[in-house]
Design a protein around this ligand. Structure first.
Ligand SMILES: Cc1cc2nc3c(=O)[nH]c(=O)nc-3n(C[C@H](O)[C@H](O)[C@H](O)COP(=O)(O)OP(=O)(O)OC[C@H]3O[C@@H](n4cnc5c(N)ncnc54)[C@H](O)[C@@H]3O)c2cc1C
Length: 568
């Protein structure tokens, strides 16, 4: 994994994932066929950040002084650049609002603690001065998790200010236990930095979400994220050994390192708590020897349906499934091949000739110690043969691996060109997967067609389990020109997809988390007793409701509290 240590990006620009001038950003443009397919696009560059109105900070001076004494004056920002840099996350609507300058919400201050004690001091200042606190790791949330929302106090009074708690200064490796194979990180360590810190020990975390370049350990824990190699390395939930948190009522610890029966496992209370119960200040995670071999191959099935049967067999019956399994539906297969230029066209002809008219490509990756991947691959061959898979080869597989972090850059390019580009994810059990797939696809297509913008909607399966799998949809369409209409265009499509997920028995989120966007659907999934249990935990750990109002638990007086913006 050594190359992952160098996969970082420079500072994040205001309305994009990355600066196109950044050396790590691959150059790409929207192919002419895609522009045509979406009915023509009108390029629409982002407004300059200097045009975004910045209202004065509403943080009272006594609260600012309290923060300064908590973390040092140099680490409290009430200036426009600091506040603009923390104006929400990285969903399509976040980017759209920042690109158009419409309804951009920003915190009243940004505070950067350097230790657990400083986080605790910030929470105590928040309790005393009555402002809310939004924990912020890499800011890659796509569900409104880092939206600066002021919220309301338990008595229903609107809060006057919101402070974003930027954890980027807390980016140290606290320790490595090479014998037990665990590593303890501060929360602000990013994906590439975690790998760089582990490299001298010959260890890896193996957790590679597509947001790897910017997302942090604290964010991973808080959202229960799933990396691209989750089949082999596990989801983040599987890696958490122990946690330390600062909560408004004191320090919390969960997990002891070894399995035990000391009551319910408190890790499960905090993994996925999205900054609503406390701030993760240390996370001890399972690590493994860094693999010496990476073998990635592209295979093709005669159809998505056949591919689904094969990847299910990997999850259920294969003694050593591939570490990476990513099966595209037929539309994603066509689109992927069509965007590869001449090489893709040649591959497309080859794939159709060998696999038939409805090919579904599948990336398979094996990682491990020297000399082990070939045995692991052999274990997968009977499954592939039984489902009529054709091997395309390692070159295409390795090319996928090289470009696996390109998605957010391509989205920048699509947005510049005037497109709508967003994703929707869910999961269900195997028996229900085809039904859920059809329902969500149909909902997205119907909603976007209803706006006069017929979309392309495609999907893949990239997280497989013995009982079920995830579905990850991408929707592309022509973006409506008027900024408010463009927001409604996606908000309506997302609502239709969420409703379809609910009706078809999927989860509202397999790995993007609940945030504010998915909160209206949570109770339907976990039931009223489940929602009450979460609210009771919130009341016990954050009685004044200062942490992340409107995330995970309904605030006392409804949506988000201060009406900064309606939920999408
Ligand atoms: C382009 C793109 C690709 C993505 N790909 C994936 C993917 O492959 N897999 C996946 O699972 N997700 C993915 N995501 C979603 C996102 O990256 C993950 O949710 C990630 O784990 C968030 O990490 P972060 O550090 O950016 O957290 P943030 O966005 O900063 O925060 C996310 C939530 O966690 C809370 N939080 C952050 N730090 C802490 C802390 N220390 N203590 C308590 N709460 C905290 C925040 O308040 C917020 O509610 C993607 C997002 C984008 C934009």
């Amino acid at each position: 994994m050594d190359e992952l240590a160098h996969a970082g990006l420079g500072p994040r620009p205001f309305a994009r994932w990355a600066d196109p001038e950044d050396a790590a950003v691959p150059s790409s443009k929207v192919p002419v066929w895609l522009v045509r397919r979406l009915g023509g696009l009108t390029p629409s560059p982002a407004v300059p950040v200097s045009d975004i109105p910045v209202p004065p900070s509403a943080l009272p001076s006594a609260a600012t002084d309290a923060l300064r004494s908590a973390v040092g004056a140099a680490h409290v920002g009430t200036d426009a650049p600091a506040r603009l840099a923390h104006a929400g996350g990285q969903s399509y609507l976040d980017l759209l609002r920042r690109r158009t300058g419409v309804e951009v919400a920003m915190p009243d201050a940004v505070v950067s603690p350097g230790s657990h004690a400083e986080v605790a001091a910030v929470l105590s200042a928040a309790g005393e001065h009555g402002f809310s606190v939004v924990p912020y790791g890499g800011g890659t949330s796509v569900v409104g998790g880092v939206e600066p929302v002021r919220g309301t106090a338990p008595d229903g009074e609107p809060r006057r200010a919101v402070v974003t708690l930027d954890l980027s200064r807390m980016d140290a490796l606290v320790g490595v236990d090479e014998v037990s194979r665990t590593a303890t990180f501060q929360p602000g360590v990013t994906g590439p930095r975690a790998e760089a810190l582990l490299a001298p020990y010959g260890l890896t975390l193996g957790h590679v979400p597509q947001s790897f370049a910017r997302a942090t350990i604290g964010g991973y824990v808080a959202t229960r994220s799933a990396g691209q190699a989750s089949t082999g390395y596990g989801r983040l939930d599987d890696l958490v050994v122990a946690l330390r948190l600062a909560t408004p009522v004191g320090e919390a610890r969960a997990g002891t390192g070894t399995p035990n029966a000391a009551g319910p496992d408190l890790r499960a209370l905090f993994v996925g708590s999205e900054g609503a119960f406390g701030v993760v200040t240390e996370a001890t995670l399972r690590v493994r020897p860094a693999p010496a071999e990476h073998r990635y191959e592209l295979w093709v099935f005669p159809s998505f349906e056949r591919g689904l049967a094969a990847v299910r067999a990997f999850a259920q019956d294969c003694p050593r499934p591939p570490d990476v399994v990513r099966l595209s539906d037929e539309e994603e297969t066509r689109t992927t091949l069509a965007t590869q230029g001449a090489a893709g066209r040649a591959l497309s002809i080859y794939v159709r000739t060998r696999a038939g008219r409805t090919p579904a490509v599948c990336v398979l990756g094996w990682e491990g110690a020297a000399g082990t991947t070939s045995d692991a691959r052999s274990a997968a061959l009977p499954v592939l043969r039984a489902h009529d898979a054709i091997r395309v080869g390692t070159r295409a597989g390795q090319a996928w691996r090289r470009h696996r972090f390109a998605g957010p850059h391509q989205r920048d390019v699509l947005l510049d060109a005037g497109a709508l580009a967003e994703t929707v994810e869910t999961a269900t059990d195997w028996v229900n997967l085809p039904h859920l797939y059809d329902a969500v696809r149909t909902a997205l297509i119907t909603s976007l067609e209803g706006c006069g913008t017929p979309p392309m909607v495609f999907a893949h399966v990239s997280h497989i389990y013995p009982t079920g799998a995830s579905l990850y949809f991408t929707a592309l369409a022509r973006r409506l020109a008027d900024p408010a209409a463009a927001v409604a265009q996606w908000a309506d499509a997302k609502a239709a997809a969420s409703e379809a997920i609910r009706a078809a028995g999927g989860t509202i989120t397999h790995h993007h988390a609940v945030g504010r966007t998915h909160l209206p659907y949570l109770e339907g999934e976990i039931g009223p007793v489940g929602a009450r249990a979460l609210a009771a935990v919130k009341a016990a750990l954050d009685p004044a409701g200062i942490l992340n109002p409107g995330v995970l638990v309904e605030p006392p007086s409804g949506a988000g509290g201060d009406g900064v913006r309606p939920r999408e």
